[in-house]
Design a protein around this ligand. Structure first.
Ligand SMILES: C[S@@+](CC[C@H](N)C(=O)[O-])C[C@H]1O[C@@H](n2cnc3c(N)ncnc32)[C@H](O)[C@@H]1O
Length: 348
């Protein structure tokens, strides 16, 4: 900061550096037109937002790259893992704010649910982890062992059933370095979010990703089915006007009895992580989806792994399709040889 600036101007500058990162793009645009100082600070904030969609929540910055139009970044609230929406979320679309693009936004944020206006990225009104039943069962291993032919030498890994994998959880004795917590250490591959004329934003590899490597979780708000239906209806109406992309995913976990299934609704439209930008491919793309349950947790998380080696710059994709899907009429531009021409959409 420039100490030679007159006191009044310095105070305005300091105040603006604290407040402006909390504004959304329309608010930022309108305040930037009021004076030169605010114009320059807004420009810097926009540049910082463009350079890291993850707001330092992940291990590497995830930049927005746009060579097709003038959209610098897509505005949303970042959560590295799935969360419960605040009780007011269904009535107020402005329920959450998150500082994004402040001068110390390269500092890795601490996850908590308090709203501390430090200028660093943080989540407001967001409850994480243990608040949805993650306390309880956990292992007591000295070391959980390494993955081998027989899997981990840890009772948590023996909880794997069918399509669902199990990792150590919040009540286990081991820490984040435990080999049985592969999907809990943030996004560890380098990614970028690239604009496409027809598909909007999409996620591309910014390094070679090896087959089987963990890429990211699909993080967002965990909704009740009633709320998911309400939002899907609203999103369908908005999408029909064009220029709106929703990111509500419905996952069904089939229980061992085979007679029932658990429906998990993850909405990453307003609050999500980098996975909210992954586009659909009719041929299944290059990502494998796995349900991952942390020991003691009620609900599993949806995780993406590379289904084959993915070259640097290649777009990441998976199939949104499912036997229970209907067609919503949006054109598919996945470009695969067996493209159906229309995007699958959940019949909620
Ligand atoms: C989860 S979002 C993916 C990110 C989105 N492209 C964006 O710009 O925010 C899903 C939306 O992306 C677009 N999309 C995804 N895959 C597509 C494809 N293969 N062809 C055309 N549009 C696609 C559709 O608008 C869809 O509703």
């Amino acid at each position: 900061m420039d100490n030679k600036k007159p006191h009044g101007e310095r105070a305005l500058f300091e105040c603006a550096e604290l407040i402006l990162p909390w504004l959304d793009p329309p608010e930022l645009a309108s305040i930037s037109s009021t004076c030169k100082t605010l114009y320059h600070i807004s420009k810097t904030i926009t540049a910082r937002r463009t350079s890291d969609a993850s707001r330092a929540f992940e291990n590497f910055p995830i930049p927005f790259i746009n060579a097709v139009d003038h959209q610098p970044y897509f505005y949303f609230i970042y959560t590295p893992s799935q969360i419960l929406p605040s009780p007011s979320s269904s009535t107020s679309p402005q329920f959450q704010r998150q500082s994004w693009g402040s001068s110390n936004s390269m500092v890795k944020p601490k996850l908590n649910s308090s709203c501390v206006n430090t200028g660093r990225p943080s989540l407001e009104s967001v409850s994480l982890g243990s608040e949805y039943g993650e306390e309880g069962y956990g292992c007591d291993c000295e070391t959980c062992g390494e993955a081998g032919d027989g899997g981990f030498d840890c009772p948590c890994s023996r909880l794997n059933w069918g399509e669902i994998m199990s990792e150590c959880g919040p009540s286990c004795r081991c820490g984040l370095e435990c080999p049985n917590r592969l999907t809990q250490r943030e996004v560890s591959v380098q990614l970028k979010i690239v604009r496409d004329q027809r598909k909007g934003w999409g996620v591309h590899a910014a390094q070679l990703i090896r087959q089987g490597q963990f890429v990211c979780e699909y993080a967002g708000e965990l909704l009740t089915t009633k709320e998911a239906r309400r939002r899907q209806h609203m999103y369908d109406e908005l999408s029909s006007g064009g220029r709106f992309s929703s990111a509500l995913l419905v996952v069904r976990e089939h229980l061992p009895s085979g007679k029932a299934c658990l429906r998990i609704n993850i909405d990453a439209t307003r609050v999500g992580n980098v996975a909210r930008f992954i586009n659909h491919s009719c041929d299944g793309g290059n990502l494998l989806t796995m349900l991952m349950r942390s020991s003691g947790a009620l609900l599993p998380r949806l995780c993406f792994f590379a289904s084959r080696d993915i070259q640097e710059d290649e777009e990441l994709s998976f199939s949104y399709g499912d036997t229970r899907l209907t067609l919503n009429g949006l054109h598919c531009f996945c470009g695969s040889p067996n493209c159906f021409g229309i995007l699958p959409s959940e019949c909620t």
